[in-house]
Structure formats: structure tokens, C-alpha cells
Design a protein around this ligand. Sequence first.
Ligand SMILES: Cc1cc2nc3c(=O)[nH]c(=O)nc-3n(C[C@H](O)[C@H](O)[C@H](O)COP(=O)(O)OP(=O)(O)OC[C@H]3O[C@@H](n4cnc5c(N)ncnc54)[C@H](O)[C@@H]3O)c2cc1C
Ligand code: FES
Ligand code: FES
Length: 491
Amino acid sequence: MIDFYLNGKRRQCTDVSPDTSVLELLRTQLGHTGTKEGCASGDCGACTVAIGEPDDNGELRYHNANACITPAHQLHGCHLVTVEGLSRGDALHPAQAAMVECHGSQCGFCTPGIVMSLFTLHEAQRRHPAPLTQESLEAALGGNLCRCTGYRPIRDAALSMGTYPDTHPTWADDPDLAINVAKLRESASTTPELAAQGHFTAPRDLATLRELKRQRPHARLVAGATDLWLEATQQLKVLDDLIDVRQVAELNAIEETPQGWWIGAAVTYSRLEPLLEAHYPAFAHLMHRFASSQIRNRGTLGGNVANASPIGDTPPVLLALDARLSLDGPDGERELPLAEFFLDYKKTALKDNEFIRAIFLPRLADGQNLKVWKLSKRREDDISAVLAAFAWRLEDGVMRDVHLAFGGMAAIPRRASRAEQALEGQPPSVAAFDAAKRALHDEFQPMTDVRGAAEYRQVTASNMLERLRLILVAASNKNSHAEVTLDAYAH
Ligand SMILES: Cc1cc2nc3c(=O)[nH]c(=O)nc-3n(C[C@H](O)[C@H](O)[C@H](O)COP(=O)(O)OP(=O)(O)OC[C@H]3O[C@@H](n4cnc5c(N)ncnc54)[C@H](O)[C@@H]3O)c2cc1C
Ligand code: FES
Ligand code: FES
């Protein structure tokens, strides 16, 4: 049974198959058709809803999410808010009122999703008032596409909603809502639910997860579902045996050590952001270009690594940093350097009964530099054609500990060991970089697909090395203020 609150009212849904999405549940079982289906793959944002989960203070925190790829069973112990739940009688919520006033809606298909993203932005502003900037607007609305308005009126609505009377939805009057939602979460069963259509189990501790993996080694793990659910919506696969790792306490921990941080595999990108901002600015910068806020709110580092896509964004960065994995299962825990995890296209060193428990991010050493460049067709919400992550130190004018990692250049994300050798111990000269580019060309045979031809990938990867050289030259020339590329688009 899925026991949750929908727009302030408790709902209990039984016999829901494991692979039902929040969108399907809303539209077919609960008769809430205000939430729309556009792409069914997390891209357009038409299905955006707000999900409230209790925080450490017991208050409900709302994030926007794509209902089309969020498992309905993950609603257990949450407060789901949809476009039907925003107004107070005839009084519109500021996000709605501003959209009407600014003519932010034409055909209206994207509008419920946009309003819900504005609602979560409004909630965030209510908690931590701060002036809206171009960046915060892009972060809030980057996952909502509109075919009609040209975005200007939507942007105007976002900028002006703070000036409307702060009309709270009716459910916000209930002082016990957060406590009741938290109680549902705590009382959730962690034994496999034998629904007619299969299992969906959400263990809350490591011991239970290990035991479940022992009993059902072939059950699929699900975290944010932002990759997995596309198997249901795009490939029409039946996902009838799922173990949800989102609630496992140990997989949600971030543990600091003198050498770095163990990041639990189920930590979402949104939760990781402050740590990256503080310690890895180049990695944090990449996150602005990673999918959309809807995806970053649900997607996890563990899911990105386990998915083993050759064009996943974080593996090259983790490889450049020499990250390690903690793999776990009924037979115990083991550590593995990330470089030994990816074996072949979508094949990893993970055994059937194992899962990723945590990822170790080593601290940047004194003088160690990190640059991360993502090449994609769109700035927001797009998958990389090529992603480069470079780490190095300069010692007495020569490059040391050179790590050059690429995504999109081979069947797996991997380091360019021969190009690294060409730069190791060398000054950043034209000759050294020419040798590195030749080595790079020889050691990668990228594929041709919709994101780029093999030749395009070769040329652009080589250009990224050239960009690194130009940056090193500019840094060594104290009188130079030359920008290597324009910042806004070449993040
Ligand atoms: C619209 C859209 C945009 C996207 N944009 C980007 C992008 O810009 N860059 C990018 O890299 N990716 C992108 N993605 C892909 C996806 O969001 C990421 O790969 C994300 O990190 C997956 O994490 P998740 O928690 O959602 O994983 P899930 O989908 O839950 O799981 C992915 C896979 O990992 C397995 N798994 C999950 N957790 C574990 C674990 N602890 N141990 C072992 N196996 C596990 C699952 O069984 C599944 O096979 C995008 C996806 C969508 C839908
Ligand atoms: S329907 Fe397009 S993101 Fe969900
Ligand atoms: S108003 Fe038509 S898609 Fe946005």
C-alpha cells in the first residue's frame, strides 16, 4: 500500500504495480488530471509536481520532480502537491496569479508544470528570502520547456510573484500535516509487499538491504529512478521486482575524513551541492549544467556511477579525482578504485548481489587543480557529447599528477593514460600538448551517434586539451587578462 498525503488529504492506494509512476497514479487512479504528460522521459517538465518530505527539524521541504519518472511507491510518507492543490478557494497562489497577470500561458500544456516549479521556488524563497538572479531562475525553470510563450512572460511571472499577496494553499493551515506525514514514513513496512503485480520494497537500513539482496539478487535497485524509469516509459519493460535504496540511512550519509568524503550512494545531487560548492568549485559548476532541478532533486551519484553510461557526467570527474567505491552486499564490504569499476559498455565490476554503498571523494591536494568541461548542444537539461575532467599540479614549472578523464570518447568513461604520460613532468608547452593530442587521437575511437560524429568528438576533445594549455599560459602570464572562452556558454 502507498500511504501518503495528496494536497493535504491522506490517501491510501493499494494494488499499485511496482512500476507505476506518480503521473499514472494521479491521472488514472486518483482522477487528478491537472498534471500533464508530455515526453514521459523527464525532459519537458509538463508533469512537474512538488514532493514534500520531512527534514531534520520535522518540517516539510518541497522539491520539484518529474511525475512521469518518479515511482509512485516512493510517495509513501510524503506530501504530494499538484496544481489542483495550490489555490485557496477562489484565491490563486502567487505563482498562479503572476502567470495569469504576465500572460505566462498560451496553449497551457506546460503551465501546470511551470506553476509547480514556481511554487517550489516560492517555498524556497519563503524559507530563505534572497533576490532572484538570472542563475537562480535558470536553476528553477531549466527543466520546464514551453513551446508557445518564448519564456519572457514566464520569467516575468517568476520575478514578480513575490509581490502578490502570500495566499497559502488551504492545506497549509493544518498544523499537524508535517507530523502526520513523518509518522507515515516511520511506520512504513520494509518487508516485501506482495502486490499481485510484483514487489516494491523500501528498506531503511543497511542490514535489511543486504538481506534483501541475499534473498533476491536479481531484484533491480532503484534510487532516484531518473535512469531506471526510462526503461519502463521508453522501452516498455516491466519492472516488477524493485528494491528502493532512497531510505537506507547508511546510503544517505555524508562522512568527512581527513582525506576526503564518503558520499552515500543515495545522496541526491541537490544535497551534494553545498559540499561541491565549498570544496570542488569546478565540479559544482558542472552541476549547474547537469539535467534540471527536477532531476537533481531525485538523481544520485550512486545511480550515475552504477548506470555506467559512457556519457554520464560525474564518472570522468570522479576518475580525475581518483575516487574509490565502497561495494557492499550479503558477503560483506569491499573497496574498489573507480577506474577498475567500468569493464565494458554498461558492464561493471558489481556482482549480482552487490550494491554501491558509498563513493569516496578525495580532498584536493595542495596545489591540485581541477577543470571540468561539458560539451552539449543545449546549455540546460542536455546529455554530454563529450565531457572532460582534468586534474594536475604545477611543480617548478612542470605538470605533475596529470589526470585526463573523458566521457563520450569510448564505451566506458576512462582516463587518457597515453596523453597523460605525454604531459607528465613537462612544462605546458605547445610541443608537449601536441604530443598529448596525438596520443589522445590514437587511444580513443569514439562512436558516432545523435550527439556527435566520431570525428567531431576527436576534434572537440583535442580542443579541450588546447583550452587547458591556453589557460595555463594565461595563468603564467600575469599581465594577461585574456578570456580563453566566453564564460556564460562555455561553463
Ligand atoms: C531528463 C534527464 C536528464 C538527464 N541529464 C543528465 C546529465 O546531464 N548528466 C548525466 O550524467 N546524467 C543525466 N541523466 C541521467 C540520470 O539523471 C543520472 O544518471 C542519475 O545520476 C541517475 O541516478 P538515479 O538515482 O536516478 O538512478 P536510478 O535511475 O535509480 O538507477 C540507475 C541505475 O543504477 C542502479 N542503482 C541505483 N542505485 C544503486 C546502488 N546504490 N548500487 C547499485 N546500483 C544502483 C539502478 O538499478 C539502475 O540500473 C538525465 C536523465 C534524465 C531523465
Ligand atoms: S512528461 Fe515530460 S518531463 Fe514528465
Ligand atoms: S504555453 Fe504552450 S507549451 Fe507552454
